[in-house]
Design a protein around this ligand. Sequence first.
Ligand code: ADP
Length: 611
Amino acid sequence: MTLRSRLLLAQAPLVMALLFLGATAVITLERVGRAGQQVLADNYRSVLATQRITEQLERMDSAALFIIAGERERGLTQQAAQRQPLETELGVQQGNITEPGEAQATRRLRTAWTRYREAFDVFLQARDPDAARTRYFESLAPAFQEAKAAAASVLALNQDAMVRKNDRLHQQSEQVNTLMMLAVVVALAFGLLFTTSLVQRALRPVSVLSQAVRRLGQGDVEARAVVEGQDEIAGLARDFNTMAERLAQYRKSSLGELLQAQAVSQAAIDSLPDPVLVLGAEGGLLNVNAAAEAVLRLRLDEGGDALGRVEPEVRAVLERVRAHVVGGRGAYQPRGYEEAVRVESSPEGVRWLLPRGSPVHGETGDVVGATLILQDVTRLRRFDELKNDLVATVAHEVRTPLTSLRMAIHLVTEGVVGPVTEKQADLLFAAREDCERLQGIVDDLLDLSRIQSGQLQLDVREVGTEALVEQALAAQRTLAEDRGVRLSQSLSPDVETVRVDPDRLQLVLGNLVGNGVKHTPQGGEVSVHVSREGAHVRFEVRDTGEGIPAQEQARIFERFYRAPGAPAGGAGLGLSIARDIVQAHGGELGVVSTPGQGSTFWFTLPQPEQG
Ligand code: ADP
């Protein structure tokens, strides 16, 4: 059955109740009406007849009075005119006996009438008025009274019956009213009850379906709507179940693919020998690979603050790299091995790990996390240490014989051990120059190995800025004069003193000024500028030389790097050592240069403002 027919059928009890009420009302009204009619039929006719009989009797009586009064003709006509109609009315009354005792009363009326009629006939026989009056009063008047009384009793009988029946009718109609009200209430109550229950039954499948839809909406793909039948709702439920089935299959398959994809990517990061961690934007640990679990003793399934169990130094590095990446500054690349962090807890003993970081982007393109790789540079660091040791040893071993060599050449050149020819002197000068250059390189190497082995102990003191700059320039003055390059300086008055290690800073300034002189053609200028920049003091060494191409600018600070075509003599260490010294002071060193227009090497030193 269709839903529409069911809903229509559900209205049937109400319709039936209405029909029942209507039928009851019609039947009851008809019964009441019939009772009223019965009253009319039963008693009204008798009342009418007896009233007429009374009237006719009275007219006969007045006819008798006419006769007594001497109007015999008129009286005769009048009494004759009443007799037949009276007989007729009496006949009607005799044929309409309805009440108990009425038959008897009617019989009495008939007898009284007969007696009155006979008395009237006798009365008419008296010719003179006196005799007539005597007869009237003796026999006719009593017979008239008797007949009238008999008619009145029949009338009263019927009138009483009418009153009684009217009362009964009234009572009945009140009862009918009450009954009808009761019937209305009962019929409506039953009708509503059945209609509601039928509507509910018809709509129950809808609520089953809506419950299933709600469960599916909450993510329960196993939700199904069990609705029997062939109606529209059952059809809808079947369609819904098919949809839910497809959804469940889709979820199963896409979940399977997702799990497989996750397993593949987990296997990929697990296969990396270096620890890999994926951190959320807030710092929570999202994923780790096997190496991270082994080296950092991290476990993802432990929950809570997993990173809190990592050594504090490692944690600080991880936090720094994460902040860099999540802060939107792109991937994090370490500047060098010195950023490697020491981890002792790993199974193979001490390890050095170099952090790198790259952003994880969300659907909208914003950074939602960071992937951190801790590259194991333990072996590389060992090689570096070995190289440093080797450099230090070689430099140290070379330094002493080099000093004796220089002294020997010096003594010979000065003619201490005998006269020297001009040719010999030329050769000795060249040899001495090479010795000095060699000594410079050896000194650079020794400085470098000292810095790298962490032995760069700064002896920080308050020194006059002008004296510092002047000394650095003085050391380069001979070279500058030889090359025809002017040296100058300009110091800002608010930087009278600086707190630095004067010997080391001398080295930095000397290096930069020396480089400037070496790379500036004759007639050029190298100038030193010192100024305050907030909580820093900024040193600049400007030259008017050949400048440095952009692609070289980052590389010239690498150790042993020398630009192609650079003048012979250096080892490519000066700038690297200068940067190390500046960084040891807490500052930074860099270059700004336009090829053909000269270069400006600058460095800053943190120096709180005085006063
Ligand atoms: P070196 O002692 O061999 O000069 P540095 O580390 O001091 O080594 O310099 C590295 C390279 O930087 C040099 O080979 C040179 O090409 C370049 N360089 C340094 N200073 C300047 C400058 N003022 N102008 C142009 N090039 C420079």
